[in-house]
Design a protein around this ligand. Sequence first.
Ligand code: MLT
Length: 269
Amino acid sequence: MTERLAEDLPPLEIRTLRQGHGQPVLLLHAFPVDHRMWSPVAQLFPAGQTVLAIDSYGAGHDAVWPETPSLDLAADAVVSALHRAGFDRAVVAGLSMGGYLALAIADRHPDVVAGLGLLDTKSTADTPEALANRARSAEAMFAERSVNPVLGMAASLPSPESIRKDPGLTSRVEELILRQQPEGLAWCQRAMAARPDRTGVVTVAPGPVLVLVGSEDRTTPVSASEHMVVARRDAELVVVPDVGHLSALEAPQAVTDALVGLIERSSPV
Ligand code: MLT
C-alpha cells in the first residue's frame, strides 16, 4: 500500500449514478470511453443501491491527467475522490481498462476494497505486440489530433451477435468515443502500457472476487479470465454467452445480476 495519497495529482470527481444506502459499488470504465458506458447497468440495480462511477484520468469531456502516464496515479486519485465524496470503502468493479485500474486500487489501497469485480479484463501485463500497438495508436491520436485511430473499436469490440440484436449499439459507442480528447486517450494507452502483471493481486485482494467475460470477447478472451480464476480459486466466474468485450453495454442485465451477487457477498449480514 502507498504511504499516502499523492495530494498534488489533478483531482478526479465521483459521480453518483444512483443514490442509496449500504455498500456502494464503484464502476470503472473501459477505454476509449468514459463513465457514461455504465448508464444501462446503473438503471438496473435494485432501488437502494448506491452506484458510483468516475471518469478516470484521460477520459471524459473535461478530461484531466497528470504528466506521467500511470494507472497507479489514477488509482490514487480515484481513492482520493472516493474519500472526498464521503466513502471509506466500496465494491470496486472495472471493465477492461477499468479492471486494470481496479487491480491497481486493490494493490495500492486494499483497505478501500470491499469486493472486486473484474469484467472483460486481464491481470497480465501487455505483450510486446500489444505495447507496439498502443505506442502506434497514441502517436496517431497525437499526430492527427483526433480519436479516429480508435473509432473502429465501436464496431470491433462488441460481438457480431450483439450488433445484430441491437443495431444502434455501434453508433452509441462511437458517440462515447467521439466525446473523448485524443491527448487524453493517448495518455490512457501509455498508462495501460506501463502497468505491471497483477495476477498476484487477484490472489490476495480483499473480499469476494467476481470474474466476468463475454464468451466472444476477442480483446481479453475467456482464457484471460480463466487465468485469474486459477489465481483466485474462490472467485466466481461468469461467462456471458454470445457477448463480446463490452459486456456492460451488450448484456447489462447479466452484468448487473452478477454485480448484485458480488455486492451481496461483500456485505455480510
Ligand atoms: C478497454 O476496453 O479498456 C481496452 O480495450 C483495454 C486494452 O486496450 O487493453
